[in-house]
Design a protein around this ligand. Structure first.
Ligand code: ZN
Length: 289
């Protein structure tokens, strides 16, 4: 009897160990509370649904993103919106307390990003490219690039144990052409979770239904009911799949599945992080198989 209990116990422990080994830990970093959502939200939902661990980090608190609200009061609204979005995505959402529109790639913030990546034991880190119209986006990209490699150096931020391995660092998609256009090395078919992505994004009410329509002169077009708003946001935030992304989808999913994809998120491999083989990438994105 005792032997059977011991056997079952050791089997359970082994199963827990195996499970811990196969969890993929992902950190998505954006400049503002809503950037991670927009650029990698569908991929985050797919990973979270499969039981993996996803963390969203907004490097600024978003306290400049409105036409009539601002400062601490706006930061409070945006923190609450991010928490609600995190629940809807199935991820943990952390908003750092740096001013919006004034972000600089300082050593202090770099060290905090290194700590966050280490504490999450990241296998993948996702963030913007350093070519972008918004200085906060550019400086977030610099902060992430400066954290790559340093996350394995024990004497940097020695209060937080270093990672054993440099994670895969990925850039999110953008349309900027200079100095080099975005290259979709990895593309994820998010068709099955697109509606959930839009619903989760809509938690950022102050952004998608107030600030961003205001900046593009279409505040008067924002629908009133929740159902109409979701439809409107989906139409606004669903760019088609371009030829290069289609090519990448075909590489990872095969012709048939790629041709059925309606929505995708694409990523470019950053040269400063780990450089996995195609086989290793397939393990990090288990839905490719
Ligand atoms: Zn932004």
């Amino acid at each position: 009897m005792k032997k059977t209990v011991l056997l079952i116990l050791s089997f359970l422990l082994f199963a827990i160990f195996l499970n811990a080994q196969t969890k993929i830990n992902v950190v998505v970093i954006g400049a503002h509370p809503d950037d991670c959502d927009n650029d990698a939200g569908g991929t985050a939902i797919l990973l979270a649904k499969a039981g993996h661990n996803v963390l969203f980090v907004s490097v600024t608190n978003g306290d400049a993103g409105h036409y009539e609200k601002g400062g601490g009061a706006l930061a409070k609204i945006r923190r609450a919106e991010a928490q609600e979005a995190g629940k809807r995505f199935g991820v943990k959402y952390v908003v750092l307390d740096n001013h919006d529109g004034e972000l600089m790639p300082t050593l202090d913030i770099r060290l905090n990003i290194i700590r966050a990546i280490r504490q999450w034991n990241a296998d993948i880190v996702i963030g913007p490219r350093p070519n972008d119209y918004h200085p906060d986006h550019r400086n977030t990209a610099v902060l992430i690039q400066d954290a790559a490699y340093m996350v394995i150096v024990p004497n940097i931020a020695p209060d937080t144990p270093p990672l054993k391995k440099n994670p895969l660092f990925l850039y999110t998609e953008d349309g900027f052409q200079k100095p080099t256009p975005f290259q979709p090395d990895v593309a994820v078919d998010i068709t099955t979770v697109f509606d959930q992505k839009i619903y989760a994004m809509s938690a950022h009410e102050s952004q998608f239904f107030e600030w961003l329509p205001w900046t593009s002169g279409k505040l008067d077009q924002v629908p009133k009911t929740e159902a109409d708003r979701l439809k409107w946001l989906a139409e606004w935030r669903s760019p088609g799949i371009n030829d290069k992304v289609k090519e990448s989808l075909t590489k990872w999913y095969g012709n048939e599945k790629a041709s059925q994809a309606k929505y995708a998120e694409a990523f470019e491999i950053c040269e400063y992080g780990g450089r996995p083989t195609d086989e290793e990438i397939k393990k990090l994105f288990p839905f490719f198989n």
